[in-house]
Every structure is written in C-alpha cells, then in structure tokens.
Ligand binder design. Structure first.
Ligand code: B16
Ligand code: MG
Length: 218
C-alpha cells in the first residue's frame, strides 16, 4: 500500500468512514422515482432539480421539503403514512440493485484499505443502509455500520460519524470521512474529523480534498 494513501497533511489517518448514497452507490435515482410517484399521487410534479434538495437529508425532512415544494401540509399521522408509502416503493426499486450499481472505485478502494489494515466504517442517514450493502455485496468490507436507525440527530449533527468512530475504536481526529453532501461535510468537521468531498468545491466548501469518485483514491 502507498505510504499516505489519503494524501492529507498532518497526523496520519487511521480509519475511514463512508457515506453511502452518492459516495459508494447512486441510489438517488431510486429515491427520486419514489418521491416523484408520491408527489404525483398528491397532485403535483416533483422535478429532478427539486430532488437535489433531498440528497443526504433524512426521510422525514425529505418529506417536509417535498410538501413545501407542492405547497401542501399534513398532520403527523399523514406524514408517517406518506413516508412509509414512499419507502415501500423505494425498497421495491432497490430489489433491482446489484454490484453493478457500485460507483467507480468503491470496492477496489475498500479492499485496498482492508489490505493496508485501515478499519472501514459506514455512516449513513439511510435506514435501508444494511439492505443496500447486502445488495451491493460489500457488507463484509465494513468493520462498523451506523445507519439512520441508530441515530437520533441527522447530519449536520456529527452523531452518526462519532458513533462510527467509537465502534471502530479510533479517535475522531484520526478518521477521514468521505461525503457527497454539505450536511455530511459539516457533520464530519463538527465531529473533529477530516473530510474528503466527493463532488466540487463550489458545492461542498470546507473539505480538505476533492475527488469525483473513489476511483481517484486508487
Ligand atoms: P432512507 P446517505 C441518505 O443517505 C440519502 O442521501 C437521502 O437522500 C435519504 O433521504 C436518506 O439517506 C434517508 O434514507 O429513506 O433510506 O432512510 O447519503 O446519508 O447515505
Ligand atoms: Mg450521501
């Protein structure tokens, strides 16, 4: 393995934490199909541009943004039912997911880290994360998986990444987080971690390094 695979200045990184959607896999299109279907049922159109606001955001908050877009309101029980309906459609779409949905370099980079003795964690807002990892055939490459069912505060709160670092038994300052959302970059930094952004600097200010996919880490 290369000496400093992360190519970051300062203290050597001892652990890597990955966001799921947008970093390891592109499930945004399935989220979009399901939200669009819900919007259609509610009587309005939800565009791809509208969908950008949902990336990295929790399911409950995503629904609020969708309702805002359509100029609608719901009580708590209606919201719970609508979110459940969207999720059932989303999970149905996920059944078509397989290894080919992995973003470039994902498996290879995880394997390089494993070979180099660098522990790997997952820190995702998605409550479907374990199922998605299973479908992608990469569950076995992680030492810790923290998902939306294990946190009470969504990104940009650092809870998901701090819990992950704790399970990996690595101090936050020695972990690097790979993220594609602004909320996620903020969460990593608030948690005292290093952040590598998958995306462009103008959209994701504040990271230490920018890559277009994990392929750039190979
Ligand atoms: P679920 P990440 C996030 O995953 C997605 O980016 C976001 O669009 C989604 O609303 C959220 O998970 C919740 O997902 O409905 O499956 O619980 O980027 O944090 O891996
Ligand atoms: Mg993401």
């Amino acid at each position: 393995m290369k000496k400093n695979i992360f190519a970051l200045e300062g203290e050597p990184v001892r652990g890597a934490i990955f966001d799921l959607d947008g970093v390891l896999v592109d499930t945004a299109k399935y989220h979009y199909l399901a939200w669009k279907r819900l919007a259609r049922e509610l009587g309005f159109d939800f565009t791809e541009e509208n969908n950008e606001r949902l990336k990295g955001v929790s399911r409950a908050r995503s629904l609020e943004i969708l309702l805002e877009t359509g100029g609608l309101s719901m009580d708590e029980a209606e919201k719970a039912a609508a979110a459940e309906k969207k999720n059932a459609w989303y999970v149905e779409y996920l059944r078509g997911l397989d290894e080919s949905a992995l973003l470039p370099g994902s498996r290879e980079f995880l394997e390089i880290l494993r070979g180099g003795g660098i522990p790997r964690g997952l820190g995702s807002a998605s409550k479907n994360a374990p199922f998605i990892l299973e479908r992608l055939g990469i569950s076995g490459l992680f030492d810790a998986v923290i998902d939306g069912t294990q946190v009470s505060r969504a990104k940009p709160d650092p809870e998901v990444f701090l819990k992950c670092a704790r399970v990996l038994e690595i101090p936050p300052a020695r972990c690097v987080v790979f993220e594609d959302s602004l909320a996620g970059i903020e969460a990593a930094k608030t948690g005292g971690m290093r952040a590598i952004a998958v995306g462009k600097q103008e959209n994701l200010p504040g990271a230490e390094k920018y890559i277009s996919s994990l392929q750039d880490m190979l």
